[in-house]
Design a protein around this ligand. Structure first.
Ligand SMILES: Cc1ncc(COP(=O)(O)O)c(C=O)c1O
Length: 423
């Protein structure tokens, strides 16, 4: 078998440098809570392909469904010759997402594409131009979603000019905003919008209920409900970007449910289809159906193989009760992370929900971010066979996103490696 070193050499002459990788080992196979590289070395997986394989890699139902679909047909384009699985995925999403109202869904290929379409729908339905987003937000790498994303390096640097009519307001970030309560933090953001943009010009407020790339920032309790309430009163479409938080990751089907928030539109991707590329916008029927026929779509959106995978992945989430699994993982992992925090003054905070947890590292006794410490702990984890990711505006957050089917033993082994890496 070709070695990782040889593959890395070939990559250097074939793959664009702008596409990075966390580790330089090359994958041979993966499943449960582990990844095995071409050298036969096993990695405990605390990344899940960035919160994608919630049901695990090559989950049995997903494999069966994909095989069966490939043998029937691979692509007709739903806009040309439709098929049942697309309709069935939309039915499932309409039923699973928060809110007991009439809903419609449309399917796309990637998270960024879903976010772009949610903005299109909100603008079209309201006839308003502006979109309000938050500090530390991440919504993707296309032109519009770069504009919606907060962080310059590496996502936006020298890729402009960006789309217009995007307005950024402060996020509730308890560690870094002096512990402002949710209602006060929301009032601060709303005042900025009303003074600087004008509510009547705002099509949509777009927010991750727990920020992903931005640092697993969990807003103070009450922040999301206060924004939801304002959006309703102002006729602004409340869009929840649940691309990273969705599909059982936080211990519920969707993170908005923790505070009873019902978005008008919700963007979905990542965990939806067990690793196949699929994304969706789901929301109020009157908003979704405001768009003229032909206004939404794309060649591959809702590809039949991805739809078959999604139906199998959703069935697996029900069957294995992966929300409960996420809560169990969160409880075990949270205890270990809090024990590390208690003895290591570089850990300013342990935060997150369910199986979406992180630690933010600072210079001891301050709030000065310490990205070097995050990189060093990550490197030690990687050297010892644990795949972890960093994130955060300051690059100083270690985030943990294991597949929700990880075994107790794999989880414990991963946490032992992490514990030792802090040492
Ligand atoms: C919250 C959020 N929105 C949007 C995206 C973009 O998704 P994709 O990479 O599938 O385009 C991501 C990806 O990390 C995300 O975490």
């Amino acid at each position: 078998m070709t070695s990782s070193e040889e593959l890395h050499k070939r990559r250097g002459t074939a793959v664009a440098r702008g596409v990075g990788s966390t580790i330089s080992s090359y994958v041979h196979h993966a499943g449960g809570g582990t990844i095995t590289d071409v050298e036969g070395r096993e990695w405990i997986d605390f990344a899940a392909g960035i919160a994608v394989v919630n049901v695990g890699n090559s989950a049995p139902r997903v494999v069966e469904a994909v095989k069966a679909q490939v043998e029937r047909f691979t692509h007709t384009c739903f806009m040309v010759a439709p098929y049942e699985s697309y309709v069935a995925v939309c039915e499932q999403l309409n039923a699973l997402t928060p809110g007991d109202f009439d809903k419609r869904s449309a399917l796309f290929n990637s998270g960024a594409e879903a976010v772009e379409n949610a903005v299109k729908i909100a603008r079209h339905a309201t006839g308003r131009p502006a979109v309000v987003v938050f500090d530390h937000a991440y919504h993707g790498r296309t032109n519009l979603t770069m504009a919606l994303t907060a962080k310059n390096m590496p996502y936006k640097h020298r890729f402009g000019p960006f789309a217009g009519e995007i307005y950024r307001v402060p996020m509730s970030y308890p560690l870094r905003d002096g512990g402002l309560d949710g209602a006060t933090a929301a009032a601060r953001a709303i005042e900025m919008v009303e003074k600087q943009v004008g509510a009547e010009n705002v099509a949509a407020l777009l927010i991750e209920p727990i920020q992903g790339e931005g640092g697993f920032v969990v807003p103070a309790e009450g922040f999301l409900p206060a924004l939801r309430e304002w959006a309703t009163a102002a006729g602004v479409v409340f869009i929840a970007d649940e691309i990273q938080t969705g599909f059982c990751r936080t211990g519920n089907w969707f993170a908005c449910e923790h505070e009873g928030v019902e978005p008008d539109l919700i963007t979905l991707a990542k965990g939806i289809a067990g690793g196949l590329p699929l994304a969706a916008v789901t929301g109020r029927a009157e908003l979704m159906d405001a768009v003229h026929v032909g206004g939404l779509g794309g060649t591959y959106g809702g590809n039949p193989i991805a739809c078959a995978a999604a139906l199998a992945a959703i069935e697996t989430m029900h069957e294995l009760d992966l929300s409960a699994a996420a809560r169990r993982i969160g409880s075990v992992m949270g205890d270990r992370l809090r024990a590390i925090a208690a003895r290591d003054p570089r850990v300013a905070e342990v935060r997150g929900r369910g199986a979406m947890l992180a630690v933010e590292l600072v210079q001891p006794g301050t709030l000065v971010p310490d990205p070097a410490a995050a990189a060093a702990v990550s490197a030690a984890c990687h050297a010892a066979g644990l795949l972890t990711l960093t994130c955060g505006t300051y690059g100083n957050v270690l985030r943990f996103l294991p597949p929700l089917v990880i075994s107790d033993d794999e989880l414990a082994r991963g946490l032992d490696i992490l514990d030792a890496a802090f040492g």
